[in-house]
Design a protein around this ligand. Sequence first.
Ligand code: KIV
Length: 280
Amino acid sequence: MSNYLGDIDGAQAPKRVKWTVPLLREAKANAQKLTMLTAYDASFARAMDQQGVDMILIGDSMGMVVQGQDSTLPVTAEQIEYHTECVARGVTNTLVIADLPFQTDSDPDTALFNATRFLQAGAGMVKLEGAGFKCDVIAYLSEREIPVCAHLGLTPQSVLRLGGYKVQGRDEAAAKRIMADALAVQEAGADLLVLECVPSALAKDITAALDIPTIGIGAGPHCDGQVLVLHDMLGIDSGHRRPKFVKDFLQIGGSVAGAFAAYVEEVHEGKFPAPEHEYV
Ligand code: KIV
């Protein structure tokens, strides 16, 4: 049911085991909320691992919060590979997920090349944005034993075509499209789905329709888990507009480790996200 091994008569804390793809599905089946945060180095990753964060994403958000770029588009596969190595050295139990940056997944062979180097750098899964032709990419990776996290809703690599970082799926046609895409990425072989900036009711319907876990960011409380960007959840000003779904956990936890612990607790207890973090 969880990544905890046995309870030893209360005499000793139960031992955590490393997260795997089957355990994620089991967690969903058991309605166990999942936690994910982004990290880019070994020290933050170690602190997250110690506080029981289930998954760490080396997100291409790195472009905006670490590199000071205006978007995620300049991030390269070499940079994600390097930061994946750093994060992987810091963790014991947490599942490491590496983001395929802009155009590094533009065809199945390019995606396979980059995903393979990320797995060899220590990731246990790769993430990619979109559906459509990306379903072929997902299937290609999945058939070659590479676990894949899909990402729908607001997909930051589409910022130029979307015209900004806007909530997606608000009208009926757009909501239907995202639902159809969600079913399609699952059918293609995705093991996990990040839903970003969509109305809570849509995220709820998608979560109910899928067997794979959904991880929300600005997608309300009904997803199977939550993800936040490290700098956002620590209240660090990265020079970008602070989205309404962000909560400053450093204020609650009082320290970096306390912030991670508070995040895990609030997600598990269903306290985060609260109504003020939701879109309708
Ligand atoms: O790049 C990233 O950090 C992400 C998360 C916001 C899900 O894609």
